[in-house]
Design a protein around this ligand. Structure first.
Ligand SMILES: [Zn+2]
Length: 495
């Protein structure tokens, strides 16, 4: 490392302070979602609010503006330079919104989530409608403040997936839609209830023990992480040496916890393997929502739902599973865990139909932001579209337009990242296969070559590289849906 100047040192000190607040917020949130007694919730929310406000002040302070100005053109240190870019991005994003407007919006967000919950329970879209209208209006104003080139939706997308635009998605999604709907037709004739054989009691502690064995094989470091119970599973990095994953158990369906833990474990490996050089900077985190999702899906779908994985681990599974599972052959089991079944609910969707759920949401969000449709018409448009995509229609809005929390929290532009994650993961798998016989590696039971490849090519960089840079460097090309289509065709047409 080159000798750093006094100003650079002071800047790094400020970044440390910011990281400390961020860590405290993440820790308090992890606790709120895993351990916090019910009565502690409201005071906790207030505490997180104060810490967030303090972090926000630091990120938009005169001091940070001074460092951005004084160092951006001068520093020769690459980590400092990228950190400055990131700080500048956050600074400008926040500064462009008038303070009062932002405060009103935060209040609206928390109110809307509560109203959404009630609307969902009562299956009453009209209750939620005025809130959603306001949320859309705010997001439109914010997008105008932030600026964009072609489409207003780009300003929102940029927040989750820098480098991906409406143009990118409009180019990729139609191809993917055609390929997926055709494939779905081809395999629809298969038995749609194959996975019923998996529904059987399987005690929670045994599910947990099996999952921990798999997590260890994946390379999850329990000295730098933990696994706890929750209602809505998630992974959260306090820092790279303290990465926590959570899960929920269904004692009649082991798939929820086993595949859920592997999924969250994939997120966690990303955080645990970030380079030490990025500690205490804003770069010590996954580079985008989509790349993060590619890491969880890589393990959940491309590894843990592969034939080779179960060839290597079915015996181990059987040592934890009740005797009942001895009666299920490996190939029956493999087909059952890969059941394709169009579902109304996004989070229950399989790997083939998942992206169709996302495209539907993308089309609606883009149309809302561009004033092409009205909020009040959403339930009808939703039902028409889901019928077009999946051939099924919900009986109520609870299983339709009211199912996701994202819009209630004002998160527009987030959904595409999920589908991007699938496409990135397929592209990474293709690149990995050029360097190793992936099936043999999976079958060997020693996943370390996979973990090392991901660490070397993706994880270590944290936010040093932007998502499109990672994709280009690793695969030699930009976003390309063909690899995902190829993966799905190979897998499902030969099953
Ligand atoms: Zn995920």
């Amino acid at each position: 490392m080159t000798q750093i100047t006094k100003t650079e040192k002071d800047f790094l000190q400020l970044l440390r302070e910011q990281s400390a607040y961020q860590e405290a917020i993440n820790l308090a949130q992890w606790d709120a979602r895993t351990k916090l007694p019910k009565k502690g919730a409201s005071q906790r929310a207030e505490m997180v609010g104060f810490l967030s406000e303090k972090l926000h002040q630091l990120q938009t302070s005169e001091k940070i503006a001074y460092f951005i100005d004084a160092l951006s053109d001068k520093t020769t240190d690459t980590v400092i330079r990228r950190s400055l870019e990131e700080c500048k991005e956050v600074y400008e994003r926040n500064k462009k919104i008038p303070h009062d407007e932002f405060k009103e919006y935060v209040t609206l967000q928390s109110k809307s989530e509560a109203v959404w919950q009630e609307a969902r329970e009562k299956d009453d879209f009209a209750l939620f409608q005025p809130y959603l209208e306001k949320l859309v209006a705010y997001n439109k104003r914010f997008a105008d403040y932030w600026g964009y080139e072609d489409n207003i939706y780009d300003a929102l997308l940029h927040h989750y997936e820098p480098g991906v635009t409406t143009k990118t998605l409009d180019n990729v999604f139609p191809k993917l839609k055609t390929a997926l709907t055709e494939l779905l037709k081809d395999i629809k004739t298969q038995d749609a209830e194959k996975d019923n054989i998996l529904i059987h009691s399987f005690p929670k502690d045994k599910q947990r023990a099996f999952s921990i064995e798999i997590l260890k094989k994946m390379g999850f470091n329990f000295d730098a992480g933990r696994l706890d119970d929750t209602v809505h599973p998630f992974a959260i990095g306090i820092n790279k040496n303290d990465v926590r994953i959570t899960t929920r158990y269904d004692e009649m369906d082991f798939r929820m916890a086993v595949f859920g833990i592997i999924h969250e474990g994939g997120h966690a490996l990303y955080e645990q393997n970030i380079s030490d050089a990025l500690l205490h900077t804003p770069l010590a985190s996954g580079t985008s929502m989509g790349i993060h999702e590619s890491q969880s899906l890589f393990w959940e779908i491309f590894i843990a739902r592969s034939k080779a994985f179960w060839e290597a681990n079915y015996d181990l599974f059987q040592t934890y599973a009740p005797d009942y599972f001895n009666g299920i052959s490996l190939s029956e089991f493999y087909e059952a865990v890969n059941q394709v079944k169009p579902s109304l609910i996004r989070i229950e969707a399989d790997e083939l139909t998942y992206s169709l759920h996302i495209m539907l949401r993308y089309e609606l969000e883009k149309a809302l932001l561009n004033d092409a449709i009205k909020v009040k018409d959403l339930p009808n448009i939703w039902n028409e579209k889901i019928h077009d995509y999946l051939g099924i229609v919900p009986k109520n809005n609870r299983d339709g337009v009211l199912q996701d929390i994202h819009w209630a929290g004002g998160d527009f532009g987030y959904f595409p990242s999920y589908s991007l994650g699938y496409m990135y993961a397929a592209q990474f798998e293709h690149a990995m296969k050029k360097q190793m016989n992936l099936e043999d590696v999976i079958r060997s039971g020693d996943f370390s070559p996979i973990m090392n490849w991901l660490k070397e090519n993706i994880h270590q960089y944290g936010m040093m590289k932007k998502p499109m840079e990672i994709l280009q460097d690793v695969t030699g090309e930009g976003l390309n849906p063909d690899y995902l289509v190829q993966h799905l065709r190979t897998k499902f047409l030969t099953m």
